[in-house]
Write a protein that binds this ligand. Structure first.
Ligand code: ADP
Ligand code: MG
Length: 745
């Protein structure tokens, strides 16, 4: 029997089996059959060369334009160079000491050419090309397509030494002997959804007769992926819900009520609604797992604080986790400010219901740390604020009722799981996750699918609009001078300014993290990391601008006379804190910083942000960054300084950021402009490996349907005991995820 589990080396021979394994990691028949074609070529079609990306391993259908042979002077030997074309642009393929190729690569012949796309002196090349020519007497796909007796030719993701047509041949041999597989989807479900059965889907995806076959196969295979992920998530949600949780009832005589009394502003409608949702969640017997998405400045902190106070009112504790020490310190400070004497339990002047806000970070000295740990363990601290390290360290709480995680995008599923184990007794604490990164619905359903989500879309009244402009220094160098002049005006008007750079500088970046990382992406990731998109070209670029250099140049030149401060992740925590404090107090005019200021930092008097080398940041990161200005009554201005030329994708991304302040719209644009793998990778989801066919951008309907179906199935049969096939699908997803997680850690 040749089943999906059969080993490829048995079916295809040891040599081929080994090649498939080492080049593409394919070991079983199932692995190979799920190595889906990347695209399909139509009879007579040529691949658009303009669409190729540098550095990718490409398979190109093209026509030989001309071929030439010359002798190398330095060494004895020949070079054959063939230029192949799609009718518009051409690519060069070079062969060393293979003179006979000149006789084969005759102008006018068509075929498939494969290799890594490189550039040499403005000329695109295929490095170490391999090719398969179509029959000379046929003008179209000829022999390559004959094998499939069809007009649609699959083009596979290939690797050096294993071109698409070799993969196709292997797939063909496997399909000829494959005995099929039992379909994990119940027939009833397939009928209801109009889905093909698994065997025919797998056959058609590789050997389609026409594009209708491709569509039918994709529909089915996408559905499998969507359903498996959603079933896994539905089970996670179910399991989380099955734990007991601390029930935290509202009181009208507690610290929350006292706080509401004196709140300096009125809650927005969104804050009220989400507040009520959360308040209700906290009174149930099962843990809340809620994600609140809210634009930068939408007032998530107050929402979180009110939830924490409700927990404190029931005699329990709340922990608030921030991604960086700077942010944790700032949170502690702003919570104390908001609470006033309500945070002064045990101190002189403390209010009657008062609690205590304790800051617990890695940079405390031994005595401070001991005191903080004691306050957490004794229950004296109603609210403990710290970095994510809080959950890794063995900090013990008297009775932890709620964990608030700020800025979720830096916080993975595994860490969330670790949290659930932190409650007292057998209970799991409630979890409230907050993010300012708007998450497209499909990503929310897939990556954060174990959480219920709510969105805070409206900004508090009195918030000022932020306008954003690109400063294209390559085309308009004078604009940069105008930007610095603008900063002088702004400071003269009593406002403050951020200048953000992608790198710290002084080049002992990330000692111990290895050279590769420092050279590749020099973003200051001592605080959790930037999300620099991969460079568009494979060429070396100059290193990104650095805080230390830029600060020195500004102080000596364009911004001479202003009070400049420096902030980055490599400063000792005390210094960071001191700088932030000085800036907040208005003792500094300009703060030159890395992305440490990306999240949460709140200085309402700051009105302008200049982002240097803006193209080195991701779209959502830029959006986050600019949210630091315009937080007071004066309008905010964000200047994106970049050398990126008009018309490049890089520039398009910046223009997109400048064009809208709607985070949800931006998230969608971002998803479009980036490769999806990056999105899942950046979200640290670990779900990447499960999704080969499903697109988070285009398959919203499928995902939503699958979620509904998964909820129904898991609702009736939580452990999938009566759905063996489905249980197997889920196990595969979970295994893939676990494997990837292990790889990462
Ligand atoms: P974010 O959602 O980005 O974390 P914050 O919670 O830091 O935003 O809130 C930004 C600012 O808006 C803070 O100064 C906060 O006190 C203020 N704020 C929050 N809610 C309101 C409101 N309903 N009305 C007016 N100001 C508010
Ligand atoms: Mg915040």
């Amino acid at each position: 029997m040749t089943t999906l589990d059969a080993k490829l080396d048995r079916v295809l021979g040891a040599k081929t089996g080994k090649a498939l394994d080492s080049a593409l990691g394919l070991v079983t028949v199932g692995d190979l059959l799920r190595h889906y074609p990347r695209r399909y070529a139509e009879r007579g079609e040529l691949t658009a060369i303009a669409g190729l990306e540098l550095g990718e391993h490409a398979t190109v259908l093209a026509q030989v334009e001309r071929v030439s042979k010359r002798t190398m002077k330095s060494r004895r030997g020949t070079i054959v160079e063939a230029r192949i074309t799609d009718g518009h642009r051409s690519l060069s393929c070079t062969f060393f000491n293979q003179a006979w190729r000149e006789r084969e690569l005759l102008p006018g012949r068509r075929g498939m050419f494969a290799g890594k796309v490189t550039a040499f002196r403005d000329q695109l090349q295929l490095a170490h090309p391999e090719y398969q020519l179509f029959d000379a007497d046929k003008t179209d796909l000829g022999s390559a397509a004959e094998e499939f007796a069809s007009a649609v030719l699959p083009v596979y993701p290939a690797a050096q030494g294993l071109p698409s047509w070799s993969i196709a041949r292997c797939v063909g041999q496997v399909l000829d002997v494959w005995d099929g597989a039992e379909d994990p989807l119940p027939a009833e479900l397939r009928d209801r959804m109009g889905l093909a059965d698994l065997e025919s889907a797998l056959r058609k995806i590789h050997r389609p007769q026409n594009f209708g076959d491709v569509q039918a196969a994709q529909d089915r295979l996408k559905w499998d992926e969507a359903l498996a992920v959603q079933l896994a998530l539905a089970q996670l949600r179910g399991a989380a819900k099955s734990h007991p949780a601390p029930v935290c009832r509202m009181r009208d005589d507690g610290v929350l009520a006292a706080f509401d009394q004196r709140m300096p502003f009125e809650l927005t409608k969104g804050q009220q609604e989400i507040g009520e949702q959360i308040a209700a969640d906290l009174t149930t017997e099962h843990p809340m797992n809620r994600l609140v998405q809210g634009e930068v400045g939408s007032g998530k902190t107050v929402v979180a604080l009110r939830a924490m106070l409700q927990v404190v009112d029931s005699g329990r504790q709340a922990a608030m986790l921030a991604p960086t020490e700077v942010l944790a310190a700032q949170h502690a400070r702003s919570l104390r400010e908001l609470l006033g004497d309500l945070a002064m339990a045990g101190e002189l002047g403390g209010a009657e219901n008062a609690t205590r806000v304790t800051l617990l970070t890695g940079s405390l000295n031994a005595a401070q740390r001991k005191k903080a740990l004691l306050e957490a363990a004794s229950g004296e601290a109603g609210i403990v604020v710290g970095t994510h390290a809080l959950i890794q360290d063995r900090v013990s709480f008297a009775d932890l009722g709620l964990v608030v995680v700020d800025e979720q995008h830096r916080f993975g599923v595994e860490q969330r799981d670790a949290l659930r184990a932190r409650g007292g007794d057998d209970a799991s604490p409630h979890v409230l996750v907050m993010t300012a990164t708007p998450i497209p619905r499909t990503v929310a359903m897939t990556v954060y699918g174990d959480l219920e989500t709510s969105a805070l879309r409206e900004l508090p009244r009195g918030r000022s609009p932020i306008s954003t402009s690109v400063v294209p220094v390559a085309e308009k160098p004078a604009w940069l001078d105008r930007a610095w002049a603008r900063i002088h005006e702004e400071v003269a008007a009593g406002h403050q300014v951020y200048v953000v750079c992608p790198r710290i500088g002084d080049d002992e970046e990330n000692p111990g993290k290895g050279k590769k990382k420092a050279a590749k992406s020099a973003v200051d990731d001592s605080d959790g990391g930037g999300e620099e998109p991969p460079p568009e070209d494979g060429e070396e670029r100059r290193p990104p601008l650095a805080v230390l250099d830029v600060a020195e140049q500004l102080a000596a030149g364009p911004l001479a006379g202003l009070r400049l401060g420096i902030l980055h992740g490599r400063l000792p925590a005390d210094d960071k804190d001191a700088v932030m404090r000085a800036f907040a107090a208005g003792e500094l005019d300009v703060l030159v910083a890395t992305t440490v200021i990306e999240v949460g930092v709140n200085v309402p008097n700051a009105t302008v942000m200049v982002i240097m080398d803006a193209d080195r940041f991701g779209v959502s990161q830029l959006h986050q960054l600019r949210g630091r200005v315009g937080r007071g009554s004066a309008p905010g201005l964000c200047l994106l300084v970049s050398e990126a030329m008009a018309g490049t994708t890089t520039r398009d991304r910046l223009d997109a950021v400048a064009s809208t302040t709607d985070g949800f719209e931006l998230a969608r644009l971002d998803l479009e402009l980036r490769r999806e793998g990056d999105i899942l990778g950046a979200a640290q989801s670990g779900r990447k490996s499960g999704l080969k066919m499903l697109s988070l951008l285009r398959d919203e309907d499928v995902i939503a349907q699958a979620r509904e179906e998964a909820d129904r199935v898991v609702g009736e049969d939580p452990r999938l005991r009566n759905h063996v096939g489905l249980a197997r699908m889920v196990a595969e997803v979970v295994d893939a995820e676990r494997a990837e997680y292990l790889e990462k850690s």
